[in-house]
Design a protein around this ligand. Structure first.
Ligand code: DX5
Ligand code: ZN
Length: 238
């Protein structure tokens, strides 16, 4: 392990509602916020960009009174622009999209920011980091997928780890506080590696809602593991 001096101080846990009980969504949101969630991760799927269909702006607006933390909207839709103002209106604090799903990536990022929302770009496991080349000034968040998007409960793809390190280096080079979020298959047993590679925001669906333990324990375990991994990486000898 190499010593890492570019790791962020903040760590955020973002439970993904995809694995929540949709019949009791407001209660589920309130419960994870009470249990220590830093963000609510809100997965939007359109049965076109990804082979699944989930929730939209009406549901985002409906959970708003229960979400005392920022709502982190992950758009897995194509095209993206028409939905951006609707989610801004529905209370999103962050809106992220996949660059392959937008005809004009920079325009979509600017549109998000013009509405006072943080703009994020999402890279699939096979999407190269070079998509970031000309937009680093326009992003507030980079979301690295560690599964192929479309479903919760999939296995973490290990090749994401060097990608996290590469993106963390790019972020450090900007000197800006761009968030680095990782989504898919994140569990207590890999959270240390994800955080020590440079992620500051961990999305977890099945590891929170499907863990079979109180949400506070599930979120606490993720946070503890992530913080331990990061501390070890910081102090490791080169
Ligand atoms: C997958 C979604 C993820 C998913 C994560 O397309 O973007 O947010 O819900 O679920 P887990 O943590 O179960 O992989
Ligand atoms: Zn997601």
């Amino acid at each position: 392990m190499t010593r890492r001096d570019n790791l962020p101080g903040i760590l955020r846990i973002a439970p993904s509602l995809l694995s929540a009980d949709f019949a009791r969504l407001g209660e589920e949101v309130a419960a994870v916020v009470d249990a220590g969630a830093d963000l609510i991760h809100f997965d939007v799927m359109d049965n076109h960009y990804v082979p699944n269909l989930t929730i939209g702006p009406l549901v985002c607006d409906a959970i708003r009174p229960y979400a005392k933390v920022p709502i982190d909207v992950h758009l897995m839709v194509k095209p993206v622009d028409a939905l951006i103002p609707m989610f801004a209106q529905a209370g999103a604090s962050i809106i992220s999209f996949h660059p392959e799903a937008s005809d004009h990536v920079d325009r979509s990022l600017q549109l998000i920011r013009s509405l006072g929302v943080k703009a994020g770009l999402v890279l699939n496991p096979a999407t190269p980091v070079s998509w970031l080349d000309h937009v680093m000034d326009s992003v507030d968040l980079i979301l690295l997928m560690s599964v192929n998007p479309g479903f919760g409960g999939q296995r973490f793809i290990e090749s994401t780890l060097p990608k996290i390190e590469a993106v963390r280096k790019r972020i450090a080079a900007t000197g800006r506080d761009i968030w680095l979020e990782v989504d898919g298959g994140v569990k207590a047993d890999n959270a240390a590696r994800v955080a020590s590679a440079g992620a500051d925001t961990l999305v977890a669906g099945s590891a929170v809602f499907g863990a079979g333990v109180p949400y506070r324990d599930a979120i606490g375990a993720l946070r503890r593991q992530a913080e331990a991994g990061r501390a070890e990486a910081r102090h490791a000898i080169v």
